[in-house]
Design a protein around this ligand. Structure first.
Ligand code: PDD
Length: 282
């Protein structure tokens, strides 16, 4: 039986109820995180929960938790469900109140929910690469906040699904921002380019690990915006996320990226990423 997290309790999924007037439901008024579990251990939990606390603070949501308390709740959730490989979603909404856009007064207590999902690493895709399509980025201007309000991302991902692609790479005008649920990299002449971590993208934790690997490996990492044309003419293209890890893109909008094979820099980043799985899981 699956147990989920509801505030500070672990309850059977069938018995877990959230309120009709939860602001998460009415407004998407909340934030979330997704943490990977490798071999019973949480990967980069500190970075994820620091980001959760930042997201909360950016939307004026006062969360009565610390990195440590969130880590121990999520660790216990994985343990009670006996999940050795997979991931944990943790979501926080502003709470329950009659429908009114402005924050409730007096303040209400945030509602915290979480669930764990077991799955294996995507070895075949990591080896062979996957396809992507490009689409206009229609999201709001605070994509740095990991908000529950994901309609733009949902529509982009649905567009990818329609074309049997793994990911939709979004662009604002001509500038590539990020994937529907991933960060995007173009490799040209052995330099790894990615959009700067500003309000147009989520500052991915996997992106940070890739940056660490580039430092270790003496690979130049440039936080510099690039065009759709640059992306399509890159030597290698990669997306990264907690679930996709360091994922090669071998086709964009039906055209091969370079020779359509996974490149050397991608392989070095994947190998470096493996070392961080070992050193940053607890
Ligand atoms: N998504 N950009 C967006 C829009 C994302 O939704 C994600 C992650 C990322 C990569 O961030 P990270 O490396 O910290 O996972 C970038 C998660 C996996 C999700 O929503 O399920």
């Amino acid at each position: 039986m699956t147990k989920v997290l509801l505030n500070e309790s672990f309850v059977e999924e069938q018995e877990a109820k959230v309120a009709f007037n939860d602001r998460g439901y009415n407004f998407g008024d909340g934030i979330y995180e997704y943490v990977r579990i490798y071999n019973h251990k949480l990967f980069t939990a500190k970075e994820h929960f620091e980001r959760l606390l930042r997201s909360a603070s950016e939307i004026g949501l006062e969360l009565n938790h610390t990195v440590e308390s969130l880590t121990s709740l999520v660790r216990e959730l994985a343990q009670v469900n006996d999940v050795s490989n997979g991931g944990v979603y943790i979501q926080v909404t502003r709470g329950v109140a009659p429908r009114d856009h402005a924050f409730p007064t007096p303040e209400v207590t945030p509602v915290l929910t979480g669930f764990v999902k077991a799955y294996d690493r995507p070895y075949q895709k990591l080896e062979e690469g996957v396809f992507a399509v490009t689409t206009e980025d229609i999201r709001w201007l605070r994509c740095d906040i990991k908000s529950l309000n994901l309609l733009g991302n949902v529509l982009a991902k649905e567009y990818a699904a329609k074309y049997n692609a793994e990911e939709a790479i979004q662009h604002r005008g001509d500038t590539v921002t990020e994937g529907a649920s991933s960060n995007v990299y173009a490799v040209k002449d052995d330099v790894v380019y990615t959009h700067p971590a500003n309000n147009y993208i989520l500052n991915g934790i996997t992106r940070r690990v890739i940056q660490w690997v580039c430092e270790d490996e003496n690979i130049e990492f440039k936080e510099e915006a690039f065009s759709v044309d640059f992306l399509k003419n890159a030597d290698e293209v990669i997306i990264s996320s907690t679930s996709a890890e360091v994922m090669p893109i071998v086709k964009i909008d039906g055209e091969d990226v370079a020779d359509g094979k996974v490149g050397d820099i991608t392989r070095r980043l994947q190998a470096g990423f493996e070392k961080y799985i070992q050193s940053h899981s607890e």
